[in-house]
Design a protein around this ligand. Structure first.
Ligand SMILES: O=C(O)CCC(=O)C(=O)O
Length: 331
């Protein structure tokens, strides 16, 4: 079957650059800038911007005061109460597969809480505005908990590949800010990245029918279903699903040529990384938690359209379209 006909009925991207979810895995060159500003030297210096452009990420040490980090962690304790989780809107909370252990909490920036405040803090948004050179908004926010002994990690992926295919984000004018709430080390599931991989676009195979998000938020390698009234009890069956998962051969080639880097650091450090950077994390078999706040920002000029390669668009709490607050660059 021709690739064209496989995508019949989907929204048409403005060009072919980020075609994905076809018959075959392929590697394409990114056709957009990484750093969109030209000469601004604050908060990142010109040298830091150049390094970000080259590697696709940077870590700013000690950006968040420890007091604020402690307040966030105290607030997170309130989410471990099962009764509270049961009465809250269902799929905002994602558990580890076949488990009641909490894996992710979505739309955290909307909460009136220390975590919500941190996700919208000016000292984060000014970095993002500098790199993207635009007004910005939160596309997605979540806390990933990587629980001691139980965290199962995330397979290799480019966020932008999913955001483009399933959310309708036109271009990779977007990035994530990751606030380390705990020490992030190799042994407790620190994020791994392939430096420089953001310059390639890895087209992922697998034509998608129906919603992929219920499955992919738990694991990109297993099919799971989530029933609405028993959201804490996912059923997992061993059928591999590959939507949004790059080919292992392409990952191997990139890792061989560019290496793999662990993004380790202390509470209060912040990792900024390009939306097309390949990243993953191993599970957490240590007795120490690895809780991180992820805030994905998109340029205001790059707001979502219809999904480019998916029949269903993901829900608001996973990809914001309606409930968006604009952070103007000059504010
Ligand atoms: O928390 C992690 O280890 C990885 C999370 C991730 O890749 C994501 O949320 O897209």
């Amino acid at each position: 079957m021709e690739l064209e006909s496989a995508f019949e009925g989907y929204a048409t991207p403005s060009d072919e650059s980020y075609k994905t979810r076809g018959e075959h895995a392929e590697v394409a060159l990114r056709s957009d800038p990484v750093v969109w500003c030209s000469a601004q030297v604050k908060p990142l210096s010109q040298a830091e911007l150049c390094a970000y452009e080259e590697t696709g990420f940077c870590i700013v040490r000690g950006l968040v005061p420890l007091q604020q980090i402690e307040a966030c962690k105290n607030h997170l304790q309130t989410f471990t109460n099962e009764d509270q989780l049961k009465v809250t809107d269902n799929c905002r909370f994602v558990t580890e597969a076949n488990s009641t252990v909490l894996r992710s909490i979505f739309a955290i920036h909307e909460d009136k809480s220390p975590l919500g405040e941190l996700a919208r803090a000016k000292f984060l948004t000014e970095y993002v505005q500098q790199i993207l050179d635009d007004d910005i908004y939160v596309h997605q926010s979540r806390v990933n908990l990587q629980a001691p002994f139980k965290g199962t990690g995330f397979s290799w992926h480019s966020d932008f590949e999913t955001w483009h295919a399933e959310d309708g984000m036109p271009r990779p004018r977007s990035l994530s800010a990751v606030v380390f709430l705990d020490q992030n080390a190799e042994y407790n599931g620190a994020l791994m990245v392939i430096p420089g991989s953001h310059k390639s676009f890895l087209r992922c195979p697998g034509r998608q029918k129906g919603a992929n998000w219920e499955k992919s938020l738990q694991s990109q390698a297993w099919r799971t279903t989530c029933s609405v009234d028993s959201f804490r009890h996912f059923q997992t069956c061993p059928i591999p699903e590959v939507y949004g998962t790059p080919a292992e051969e392409h990952l191997r080639q990139l890792a061989e040529s560019n290496g793999i880097k662990y993004c380790t650091g202390a509470p209060g450090d912040v990792l900024f990384f390009d939306s097309n950077l390949l990243h993953a994390s191993s599970g957490n078999r240590s007795p120490f938690p690895r809780r991180n706040l992820f805030v994905a920002f998109n340029a205001w000029s790059n707001r979502l359209q219809a999904p480019f390669f998916s029949e269903e668009q993901r829900p608001e709490h996973v990809a914001h379209r309606q409930r968006v607050e604009r952070f103007p660059r000059s504010a």
